[in-house]
Design a protein around this ligand. Sequence first.
Ligand SMILES: NC(=O)c1ccc[n+]([C@@H]2O[C@H](COP(=O)([O-])OP(=O)(O)OC[C@H]3O[C@@H](n4cnc5c(N)ncnc54)[C@H](O)[C@@H]3O)[C@@H](O)[C@H]2O)c1
Length: 244
Amino acid sequence: MTIPVLVNGSLGRMGSQSVQAVQADPELDLVAQTDIGDDLSAAITGSGARVVVDFTLPESAMENARTIIAAGAHPVIGTTGFTPEEISRLQQECESRKLGGLIAPNFAIGAVLMMRFAAEAARHMQHVEIIELHHDGKAEAPSGTAIKTAEMIQHERPQAPRPLVECRELQPGARGTSAYPVPIHSVRLPGHVAHQEVILGGVGETLRIRHDSISRESFMYGVILAVKRVVTEERLHYGLEHLL
Ligand SMILES: NC(=O)c1ccc[n+]([C@@H]2O[C@H](COP(=O)([O-])OP(=O)(O)OC[C@H]3O[C@@H](n4cnc5c(N)ncnc54)[C@H](O)[C@@H]3O)[C@@H](O)[C@H]2O)c1
């Protein structure tokens, strides 16, 4: 039996790629596509979608997530911009309904590995900075991947404070954002898709861990895997690594 899937944000860069990926998979059935202005709740109910893939905008991500969960569908959300509090609220809502789902800041397998390797390396090398590079159409900064990487690094070394580097910023932000345990520098340029380099510094050495998504197809392996897996889950996960 195929899994009925709705793609929300279907006219966008990631949404249209997801539509193609779902249509190409014989185990999935694309039953609906929605974008801004459509009634998401009615579309889920009317189409009988079991899974909703959401690639929209950070400002509508929370409302869309709550609509999907309230309609009883499994969310597979790639939209970025959730706060930790919002994620745990959605996790509680899914848990009370025994509803499986996923919020993933990055669906590319190489990016998941890059984050894991960076967290592992940071246990041994305290000085870490993140440079993330995206296309100039990306709505927000820093990227969800960079924030998740910083969170994973902090999780691996909970006792270690952010190393103190004495450097007076002549312009605010010159040393990257200070809101996370690791400085994050965001580059936005035409010609990019999604790229991240984690640079670790030691005495007399540096380690660079880099991932490049050179096309949006790189995210589709994870999207399709998640769509198939969430229907067997009973909670909302944060990060594709939990389904691998
Ligand atoms: N998780 C990942 O692997 C991954 C990868 C790339 C991008 N992203 C994120 O996915 C999101 C979308 O990226 P994009 O490049 O496709 O953006 P985009 O601007 O190309 O597409 C967004 C689409 O969402 C639609 N939209 C906006 N508000 C909506 C609403 N309330 N309801 C329904 N549709 C709505 C827009 O009309 C548009 O078609 C961003 O948050 C981006 O950071 C995640």
